[in-house]
Design a protein. Structure first.
Length: 675
């Protein structure tokens, strides 16, 4: 905690006193103004299918999360806390039932996502950006409508508040775990979302960093935001900093209310937390059943989240119910209907059943009053109140065209700083170019070495295919975690991102291909005619672009491990039917259709036509007999004498666009499937 030292000078004496005053937390005054948002949910249920059976993860839980408060969602492993957080954020939508309200009105998910931010457990940051650059990109994408100097003021204020001002020039890869967590928060804080979700914000941090992180969240909550986070088992020091606690056990709510009221409330249920014990650890131990099976009792007492134990409110008095009958009914029916039925009966039979006591279970609270004592009850299914609703926000902070240019500039910066993507690939093209040039030195115009020259043409296709395809397979899936976070938090549209990320590498791939082709073309003494060189280069460029598109499809559809294995295997048919190993006429009729799908065939055919077609003069021949002295003979043996260069180019362009569209569709599918 920071402190200010104040010097007090008393005029009547020479004494100078030191007074230590706690420093006031810095306030974010320049952020865009956003309305406060209260979140509530009623009878929320989540079901997943496991084989032929369905498993219920959340069992009709209810609750209310208020603005201006720091709320912790706790529970044992498998209790459903991360699932609840994902449903509240809108990250998971399938398999859910129940109602979620925003400011007492049923939530519009699209509108809600514009007002919320989800900071996931892992710090999904771009390693090749500095803190300042990452913040500048976030500001341009999220609040692009503001002027540049206004964005700079906001960035400086956020970094100063979060203690990152001295690290503006530091690469994100060089930040500590706590600093990365704060930067993740800073990136989302640019647009000042009124509701923020955090999944395990303290995971992987030491005790000091944990305290700094929770203190920051507390400060953000005091600014009027709704801050909700899941936390596994905080220390007593961290637990006291939370305003509200929402505890789950076996998919049901066992406590909702003030953290200060947890221990007294548990005491009313016969669960006395030892004075030396951490209350957060104690409620987890109770939920795990270490002190007996009290889950049903706690769920009934809190009405599965409909009751809210707040400061200054009395607790419901304990009444004796038939625990066995309640348990059987509760397991079969919805808790709300059980409560209504039990309260409506009021018969002598119920009173008789109460005498046969097997355990003490508190009676559900009716209409928020028990024996004249007020208990706050969250009734989100009641008539909706006329409260202020957030003004409709634009879907994104910038137009899709502006998003495209911002992401494109960022992607070009990544490429320039990525050693593997940029410099190693350049070195490989130059090295292999000179190696191939030396191996096939001056064979292009020798009629006795035509077969070797065809091998050179085929190897060109092979090299360009693998270098373009594998680098995309390796690099593209690494972007997926960042894409998931940024796209979900409405930084940009998927179209803008995909267009920018796919175009960004094309200039570099073009440069590398031109360098490689220029080296090998002239070292191997191919026809020194500009138009033939241009045709040769165009065919090679298109093959590299198509191979890059194949890498995008594979990278978007599967993970790195599967992609690295399957992509080369999937390329084998394209190589076999390229026309180099087997001529078109020799391929069985029922397999010839595969040749029309082979982009290697079109590339190989295009380079062969550029080299030997278009009435090229006869080749030099230093041997007694040269079968391929006339270029037309070579094309006839390859079954290419009737082929058209333009058809090859059009086919490559068509395959390129089809694969790019397919990669986009796979990427969109993968985003949905991961959620």
């Amino acid at each position: 905690m920071d402190f200010n030292v104040v010097l007090l000078n008393n005029n009547k004496s020479a004494e100078i006193k030191l007074q230590i005053v706690p420093a006031q937390p810095k306030k974010l005054t320049h952020l865009p103004e956003r309305p406060k948002v209260d979140l509530a949910f009623s009878n929320l249920r989540y079901t997943v299918r496991q084989g032929k059976k369905e498993k219920v993860i959340l069992k009709d839980v209810s609750g209310r999360l208020r603005s201006g408060e720091l709320c912790a969602i706790m529970g044992p492993s498998g209790a459903g806390k991360s699932t609840l957080l994902n449903i509240l954020t809108g990250y998971k939508t399938d398999g859910t039932s129940g109602q979620i309200f925003m400011n007492e009105r049923e939530r519009d998910l699209s509108q809600f996502r514009k007002l919320s931010a989800y900071i996931m457990q892992d710090n999904q940051l771009h390693a090749n950006l500095t803190v300042d650059e990452a913040m500048a990109v976030a500001a341009k994408l999220k609040i692009g409508s503001k002027k540049s100097h206004e964005r700079e003021v906001i960035i400086t204020e956020i970094l100063d508040t979060l203690g990152l001002l001295d690290h503006r020039r530091t690469m994100t890869s060089g930040l500590s775990g706590g600093q990365k967590k704060r930067l993740s928060i800073a990136l989302e804080l640019v647009s000042n979302p009124p509701i923020m979700f955090f999944d395990e914000p303290t995971s992987g941090l030491d005790s000091s960093s944990c305290f700094q992180c929770i203190s920051l969240l507390k400060t953000l909550a005091k600014g009027g935001r709704t801050i909700i986070c899941t936390i596994h088992q905080p220390s007593a020091r961290l637990f006291e900093m939370f305003d509200q606690l929402y505890t789950l056990a076996d998919g049901q709510c066992v406590y909702q209310g003030s953290t200060k009221q947890l221990v007294p409330w548990l005491g009313t249920l016969g669960l006395q937390c030892p004075s030396y014990h951490n209350p957060a650890s104690y409620i987890i131990e109770v939920a795990c059943g270490e002190y007996g099976d009290h889950t049903r009792k706690l769920v009934c007492a809190i009405d599965n989240g409909k009751n809210d134990i707040r400061d200054g409110k009395a607790f419901p008095e304990l009444k004796i119910n038939d625990g066995l009958n309640n348990a059987q009914k509760y397991a079969e029916d919805n808790l709300n209907s059980i409560i209504a039925n039990q309260l409506s009966k009021g018969s002598n039979t119920e009173q008789t059943d109460q005498k046969n006591l097997n355990g003490v279970i508190p009676d559900p609270v009716k209409e928020g009053i028990v024996d004249g004592k007020d208990v706050e009850k969250v009734d989100v299914s009641s008539a909706l109140l006329e409260t202020s609703i957030p003004v409709k926000q634009p879907r994104y902070g910038n137009s899709e065209l502006q998003q495209f240019f911002i992401i494109l500039k960022r992607a070009l910066l990544f490429s320039r700083r990525d050693w593997t993507l940029m410099y190693l690939r350049l070195f490989a093209h130059i090295l292999v170019g000179f190696l191939i040039g030396a191996l096939y030195f001056k064979i292009g115009n020798d009629g006795a070495k035509v077969l070797s020259n065809l091998g050179f043409l085929f190897f060109n296709m092979l090299f360009l295919m693998y270098t373009s395809m594998t680098i995309t397979i390796l690099s593209f899936p690494l972007e997926m975690p960042v894409l998931l976070k940024e796209n979900f938090n409405r930084w940009y549209s998927l179209r803008s991102y995909y267009l920018a990320i796919t175009i960004s590498d094309m200039p570099f791939q073009t440069i590398f291909c031109v360098i490689y082709v220029t080296i090998v073309y002239f070292m191997t003494s191919q026809p020194p005619e500009p138009h033939r060189y241009g045709m040769f280069l165009l065919a090679c460029l298109l093959v590299s672009f198509v191979a890059q598109s194949v890498g995008l499809v594979v990278g978007a559809a599967m993970n790195v491990q599967n992609g690295v294995f399957l992509a080369p295997v999937m390329s084998v048919p394209f190589l076999l039917f390229s026309g180099f190993f087997v001529s078109f006429d020799a391929i069985p009729v029922y397999l010839r259709w595969i040749t029309y799908l082979s982009y290697i065939r079109y590339g190989f055919e295009g380079t062969a036509l550029a080299t030997y077609g278009f009435d090229r003069p006869k080749l030099q021949c230093f041997a007694k007999y040269c079968h391929f002295k006339y270029p037309k003979t070579t094309l006839e043996d390859l079954d290419m004498d009737q082929s058209s260069y333009m058809v090859d180019i059009i086919a490559l362009v068509t395959i390129f666009f089809v694969l790019r569209v397919a990669a986009f569709l796979f990427l969109r599918w993968k985003l949905k499937s991961n959620r």
